[in-house]
Design a protein around this ligand. Structure first.
Ligand code: AP5
Ligand code: ZN
Length: 208
C-alpha cells in the first residue's frame, strides 16, 4: 500500500513507521532522515536563504520546498509500496505530492502539545541501529545501548518550540486539506505505542 503518515513533531510518526514497514513490507520514505543524512549538502545554487539544510533544521525551520520535493520525487519513483513520513509539510508540498503519486491511506496521529514537548525533549536515538527510545516511556533494556544513546540536534527546548510553531502555521493547513477531501484517518496518538499501533494497523488493513 501507499501510506501517508501525518502528525506534529513528536507525534510518533517514526515509531509507527518502523512497525508499518515491517508488517506491510513497504519502504520508509522520510524527509527528516534524508535531510539529516545530507545536512551539509551545498544548496547555495538554489537561491535559498541559507547554504545547507543544517541551517534550517537547527533553527526548527522548514528546508526549502525545492530541496525537499526533489528528495521525495526521487524516492517515490523507486518505491512500490511506501510509508511517507515528514512530507508534505505545507500546502505547496501537498500539491506537489498530488502530481507525484496516489495514496491509499492518509493517517493523522493526533497528540496534544504538552505531550509533544515531553516526548521530544525525552527522545533518545541509538546511533548504531537508529532505534527510537524515550528516557521515560521507552528506555532500552540493555545498559550498553543506554550508554551510547544520543539526542537529536533539534530536540532542545528552544528548537522544539519553534518546530511546533512551524507545524501550527504550515502543516495544520495540510491536515485540514486532507480532512476536507474526506481521506484523513484520525488516530488517537496519545495512547501507548502498542495501542496506537493496533489502531494504525487496523486503519491500513481497512483501506488497503
Ligand atoms: P522530522 O525528522 O520529520 O521531524 P518531525 O516532524 O519534527 O518529527 P519527529 O521525527 O521529531 O517526531 P516523530 O513524529 O517521528 O516522533 P517519534 O516516533 O520519533 O523533521 C526534522 C526537520 O527536517 C524539520 O524541522 C525540517 O527542518 C526538516 N524537514 C523535514 N521534512 C521536511 C519537509 N517536508 N519540508 C521542509 N523541511 C523538512 O517519537 C518521538 C518520541 O516519543 C520518541 O522518544 C518516542 O519513543 C516517543 N513516543 C512515540 N510514540 C509514543 C507513544 N505512543 N507514547 C509515548 N511515547 C511515544
Ligand atoms: Zn520522525
Amino acid at each position: 500500500p501507499r501510506i501517508l503518515i501525518l502528525g506534529a513533531p513528536g507525534a510518533g510518526k517514526g515509531t509507527q513507521s518502523a512497525k508499518i514497514t515491517e508488517e506491510f513490507d513497504v519502504e520508509h520514505i522520510t524527509t527528516g532522515d534524508a535531510l539529516r543524512a545530507n545536512k551539509d549538502m551545498d544548496i547555495s545554487d538554489m537561491d535559498t536563504e541559507y547554504d545547507t539544510p543544517r541551517e534550517y533544521m537547527d533553527r526548527g525551520e522548514l528546508v526549502p520546498d525545492e530541496v525537499v520535493n526533489a528528495i521525495v520525487d526521487e524516492a517515490l519513483s523507486q518505491a512500490d509500496g511506501f510509508v511517507l513520513d515528514g512530507y508534505p509539510r505545507n500546502l505547496e508540498q501537498a500539491e506537489e505530492l498530488e502530481d507525484m503519486t496516489d495514496l491509499d491511506v492518509v493517517l493523522y496521529l493526533d497528540v496534544s502539545e504538552d505531550e509533544l514537548v515531553h516526548r521530544l525533549t525525552g527522545r533518545r536515538l541509538d546511533p548504531e541501529t537508529d532505534e527510537i527510545y524515550h528516557v521515560e516511556y521507552n528506555p532500552p533494556e540493555d545498559p550498553e545501548v543506554e550508554e551510547r544513546l544520543v539526542q537529536r540536534d533539534d530536540d532542545t527546548e528552544e528548537t522544539v518550540k519553534e518546530r511546533l510553531r512551524v507545524f501550527r502555521e504550515n502543516t495544520e493547513p495540510v491536515i485540514e486539506y486532507y480532512d476536507e477531501k474526506g481521506t484523513l484517518e484520525r488516530v488517537e496518538g496519545e495512547q501507548s505505542p502498542d495501542e496506537v499501533w493496533e489502531d494504525v494497523r487496523a486503519t491500513i488493513e481497512d483501506a488497503a
